[in-house]
Structure formats: structure tokens, C-alpha cells
Write a protein that binds this ligand. Structure first.
Ligand code: GTP
Ligand code: MG
Length: 343
């Protein structure tokens, strides 16, 4: 699981990456990709930490990759190094010239480059397929190839593959191509400090199918250097309730269809990241392989129930509300779990 940060040159990608992950990108080094992890802000997690006061605190994380592109056909050159990304965060410059049609043009410029880059892959593949005898193509490859003409049509109409109405199974079949535009995308408009409303203007005017969020990277980069108390004061003076970067991390997290469950104790409170719809044994496996292999039961209480019982696990238990779930249980966002296993 990883999210690639893309955008036109100088749109604020590295600034945003640094705000979210705390990893500094030295512009002089000009690395193509830099990786870092962002903690997902979650009020429930903070509350659990307050209650348990554990020795170790491990919030949910989202890995981000900052991409710096240069040269001819850059998107094709870096496709492989970003093949592991499950989603894209597209940064739009809304600060240097806050004008709706210019910002939209900027968005489309990169979107079109990515569409073209995917189209080149498909055309090359179709050429190769035409030259290969049918008998020597595997059934798995045939399943891929059958989809290509439809994808080509979509891209030629200027639309990203995520708009092609593919089923999850079809998306999975196409995984080895690492198409850019098949990945879910979150659009982030980087606005000027005196024009915070521009992101909403862009969202309303652009009419994109992709979710749009706004941030002023300049303000939030300044915030990062302050103490929490100073941050509150600074935000209040700007009329902002909460820093935007937290919302962006949360949006990226749900863009990937991830949820978190918690394990709690005096030693550690930890948020574990799993895809929505994961069954209990697989969820246990994110903690340790043995937990999955020797899975017996999951002792589950939902966060809301825990809080309703005064934040006391003993209270949940004596009220008969601690659930014992088996192998078919689908873990929910906010479940607090203790796995029973035997290996
Ligand atoms: N005024 C203003 N300047 C910004 C803002 N965000 C970024 N910048 C400036 O824009 C320049 C580019 O920022 P970066 O974060 O390096 O942009 P980038 O997209 O990573 O650039 P490349 O990797 O070179 O494509 C820097 O000088 C930033 O200080 C903003 O919100 N407002
Ligand atoms: Mg950069």
C-alpha cells in the first residue's frame, strides 16, 4: 500500500510530502522518488492512548512517495518504480495564479500526460499481441488482452481508466501493466494564504469525478515548526479549525479502502491497517503469521461500545458485551481486538 504524489513541476508536491511525513526532500539532490510515512490522525486512537497511557504508541500509517520527474517521457521512465502504488495524490498549483481555468488547464495537462503514457503501453502491447500466434498466449494473458481494446477506446476519448467501469476482478487482471490512470486519485489544490476559498471554487467549477481537497502548503509548512499551543493560536488567527494535512491523509487512507482496528494494553496501543472487508484470521495475520495460522477466536469490542462503557474493558465484559468472533467475522473499522491463537 502506497500513494504516489504527482503534480506539475513546482506545484508544491515536496512541500506537501514533507508536511505529511516529516521527511525532508532536498531539492538539490533531485532524487526521482522519495518515500515516507504519514500518521493517520484519529480522535479515537488519541482517546485510547489517554485511557491506557501505554509505553508505546503506534498510530495507523499511510506510506507516501514524492515524485520528481524530469526529461523525455518521464512517466514511462518512473512507472516501474511506482508500480507498488495503489493510489495517486495529484497536486494542483492554485497559489501562483489563482484562476479557475488556468488551474484546471494545469490539472488536465498532467492528467493527459498520464492518459497518453497508458495509451502508449496499450498500443505497444496490442502490436505484440498481433504478432504472436494465438496458441502461444496463456489464458491469463488472453483475459488481459481481451480488455485492451475497451481500455484503448476509453483513453482515446481522453478519459482515465478509473472511469472505464472496470470490475475489481478486471482491475486485478490488469495489475501487471501498472497503469497510471487506473489508480484511484485524490486531487489536492495548493492555495495561496490569502485565497483559502479557491480550493472550493476549483472543486465546484472543475466538475471532476475525483475527490478534491484544498490546503495552503505555505501556512502548514510554517505550522509544522511551532509547538501545539502556538499551532492552535496560529490556526485560530487564520480562522482555520484544523490543519488540512490531516484531512488529506485521512482522505488518502479511505481512498485506498483501508480501515483500522486497534490492539490495546499498557505496553502498546496500536492501530492496524487492513483493507475493508478483511476477515478476522487475515486481520490477525497483519500482527503475526502465527496469529493467522493458529487462529482460534477474536475477542472483539467496538470502540464506541468501549467508550459507552466508560472506557473500561472490564465493564464491557461484565455487561456481557465482549464478543467472541470466529473465522468468518469481518473486522470493522474501530474494532478493539484481542486474538486468541494456538500454534
Ligand atoms: N506562495 C506559495 N508558495 C508555495 C506554496 N507551496 C509551495 N510553494 C513554493 O513553491 C516552490 C516549489 O515547491 P515544491 O514543494 O518544491 O514543489 P514541487 O512540486 O515538489 O517541485 P518539483 O519537485 O521541482 O516539481 C517552493 O519554492 C515552495 O516554497 C504555497 O502554498 N504558496
Ligand atoms: Mg519536488
Amino acid at each position: 500500500m502506497e500513494i504516489g504524489i504527482l503534480g506539475l513541476p513546482q506545484s508544491g508536491k515536496s512541500t506537501l510530502f514533507e508536511i505529511m511525513t516529516g521527511v525532508k526532500v532536498d531539492p538539490a539532490r533531485q532524487e526521482t522518488v522519495v518515500r515516507g510515512q504519514a500518521s493517520v490522525p484519529d480522535g479515537r486512537f488519541d482517546r485510547l492512548v489517554e485511557i491506557y497511557r501505554p509505553a508505546k504508541v503506534s498510530p495507523a500509517k499511510v506510506p507516501f512517495v514524492d515524485v520528481h520527474v524530469a526529461g523525455e517521457r518521464p512517466w514511462e521512465a518512473i512507472r516501474q518504480s511506482l508500480s507498488g502504488t495503489d493510489g495517486l495524490l495529484h497536486v494542483v498549483d492554485g497559489f501562483s495564479l489563482p484562476d479557475l481555468s488556468l488551474a484546471l488547464e494545469g490539472y488536465r495537462k498532467l492528467a493527459d500526460e498520464l492518459i497518453l503514457s497508458d495509451l502508449i503501453i496499450i498500443e505497444k502491447k496490442l502490436e505484440r499481441v498481433a504478432k504472436t500466434p494465438k496458441k502461444s498466449i496463456s489464458p491469463q494473458e488472453t483475459a488481459q488482452n481481451d480488455l485492451l481494446p475497451r481500455l484503448k477506446e476509453c483513453l482515446e476519448a481522453g478519459r482515465p481508466l478509473r472511469a472505464a467501469g472496470l470490475t475489481p476482478q478486471e482491475v486485478f487482471t490488469l495489475k501487471s501493466f501498472s497503469f497510471w490512470t487506473i489508480k484511484p486519485e485524490l486531487v489536492v489544490v495548493n492555495v495561496a494564504e490569502d485565497n483559502l476559498a479557491f480550493a472550493d471554487e476549483f472543486a465546484a467549477g472543475a466538475g471532476l469525478a475525483e475527490p478534491v481537497l484544498g490546503i495552503c502548503c505555505k501556512i502548514e509548512a510554517e505550522l509544522a515548526g511551532l509547538t501545539p499551543a502556538e499551532q492552535q493560536e496560529f490556526l485560530a488567527s487564520m480562522g482555520i479549525a484544523e490543519p488540512a494535512f490531516g484531512r488529506i491523509i485521512r482522505a488518502a487512507f479511505s481512498l485506498l479502502g483501508r480501515i483500522s482496528f486497534f490492539t490495546v494494553g499498557d505496553d502498546e496501543v496500536k492501530a492496524w491497517v487492513i483493507p475493508a472487508g478483511t476477515k478476522a484470521p487475515k486481520a490477525a495475520g497483519t500482527i503475526h503469521n502465527d496469529f493467522e495460522r493458529g487462529f482460534i477466536k477474536a475477542e472483539v469490542m467496538h470502540y464506541d461500545e468501549f467508550i459507552a462503557c466508560g472506557g473500561s474493558a472490564a465493564e464491557v465484559k461484565s455487561a456481557g458485551r465482549l464478543r467472541l468472533e470466529g473465522k468468518e467475522y469481518i473486522v470493522l473499522d474501530g474494532d478493539i481486538i484481542n486474538f486468541r491463537f494456538n500454534v
